[in-house]
Design a protein around this ligand. Structure first.
Ligand SMILES: [Zn+2]
Length: 399
């Protein structure tokens, strides 16, 4: 596995916090207005390849927070308050979510994104990852299939019921004893809430319950989404195919991406991704493979360079004879978004064939959801489309 993130002890992080606050006090006593410099990272640029110098581990410059700018003073206020909370968490060896931290000073923080930004800045300043700060998220992601693992001493055996969904563990860094006889990992964009009323379908057990009601609400909202993960569960896809299926339910969160990364590293299995044929689906695909801009400083632990794009491709609409009414014209916003995606340097550098597929969608001017493929036959996805695509990938390794 790349790096050794577990080796950074609480005591080391606490020492780094003390050093950081000391250096700020020194700046203040020297009457310097420059308080701290934060390295800036990005996961891509839109320069030509000759002019691109994006590197996953290197910063792209520094941002200095000074006391001369009001917006910087506000950010420093938030940063110090969050730092104080984190220091307390680490001293008491307790864990907390970003949401919990927000609710400690909602009037000062004003918005969740303000806290998220401060946490990212602190990770960069202390050169650590979010879990090193004892800040955890209750992941949104789900997993099913041929997989066993332990999380913080608790055993998870997905193989007993390979078509039942399990929540992706909260403490991903404490996942050990990963074992799987699977042939591949399949990542799907969406999961439906259709299983919500069917409690037997759901075998999630969650260590932390602070976000419970929020999650319940999200389930109700996701009830209106159309299924893919659920479709595969209903079709007993994992009984018929020796695989692990994961969904981040839309844009994947950190635990989902980190969990997938650990599985790919430990099991050395091919990983395939199935997303809608639209710019959002493609952006989700790139988030898995290359990391997000927001978490660029941690991309080396989160990105999955081996991830292969399985579909849906623009040409699938003809190949599988999708009726007109399943094809939705790209909006102006879709087109602009696609054009912006096409500019990203990592596509030119690492997966030029992905650009061709994306360009093909733009040329056709239409998008469609994965579920549209099931228009002629409800089990088409799990019985024909996926097995044939995966077989093709495993034998030819097209991408
Ligand atoms: Zn670049």
């Amino acid at each position: 596995m790349e790096g050794n993130r577990g080796s950074l002890e609480r005591i080391d992080v606490l020492r780094k916090i003390t050093e950081l606050t000391k250096s700020m006090i020194v700046e203040l006593s020297n009457r310097s207005s420059k308080m701290i410099s934060i390295d800036r990272f990005k996961s891509y640029c839109t320069n030509s390849l000759e002019n691109c110098c994006c590197r996953f581990n290197l910063s792209e410059g520094k941002e200095t927070l000074t006391l001369q700018r009001e917006s910087h003073v506000r950010r420093l206020d938030v940063l110090l308050r969050v730092l104080l909370i984190i220091q307390q968490l680490l001293r008491e060896n307790r864990h907390s979510s970003k949401r919990d931290i927000y609710y400690m000073h909602p009037s000062v923080f004003t918005d969740q994104s303000v806290v998220d930004r401060a946490i990212n800045d602190i990770c960069i300043l202390l050169q650590c990852s979010r879990h090193n700060l004892n800040v955890v998220s209750v992941g949104n992601g789900l997993v099913m299939g041929w997989l066993r693992f332990s999380e913080a001493g608790r055993r998870f055996d997905c193989i007993k019921k390979p078509n039942s969904a399990h929540f992706i563990p909260v403490q991903v860094e404490e996942v050990t004893d990963i074992a799987s006889p699977a042939d591949y990992i399949l990542v799907v964009e969406k999961e439906s809430g259709e299983g919500y009323s069917d409690k037997s379908w759901f075998h999630g057990s969650r260590k932390l319950n602070f976000k419970f009601h929020f999650d319940q609400l999200k389930y109700l909202v996701s009830y209106f989404e159309r299924p893919v993960f659920q479709r595969l569960a209903n079709d007993r896809f994992c009984s018929r195919n020796r695989c692990i299926v994961i969904t981040g339910r839309g844009y994947p969160d950190v635990p989902t991406r980190r969990f997938l990364r650990i599985l790919v590293d430990v099991l050395a299995l091919p990983a395939f991704c199935l997303v809608d044929c639209d710019p959002y689906g493609f952006d989700i695909l790139t988030t898995y493979r290359f990391g997000s801009m927001q978490m660029a400083y941690d991309a080396k632990y989160l990105r999955i360079p081996q991830l292969q794009w399985l579909g849906a491709f623009a040409a699938d609409s003809e190949k599988y004879n999708l009726p007109e009414q399943c094809l939705i014209p790209l909006t102006l916003q879709d087109k602009r978004r696609t054009e912006a995606l096409l500019q990203r340097c990592y596509l030119r550098r690492e997966v030029p064939q992905w650009r061709l597929e994306l360009d093909s969608m733009l040329q056709r001017g239409v998008k469609f959801e994965i579920e549209a493929l099931s228009v002629h036959n409800i089990s088409f996805l799990s019985e024909e489309y996926l097995p044939s695509k995966i077989k093709n990938e495993l034998t030819t390794g097209k991408f």
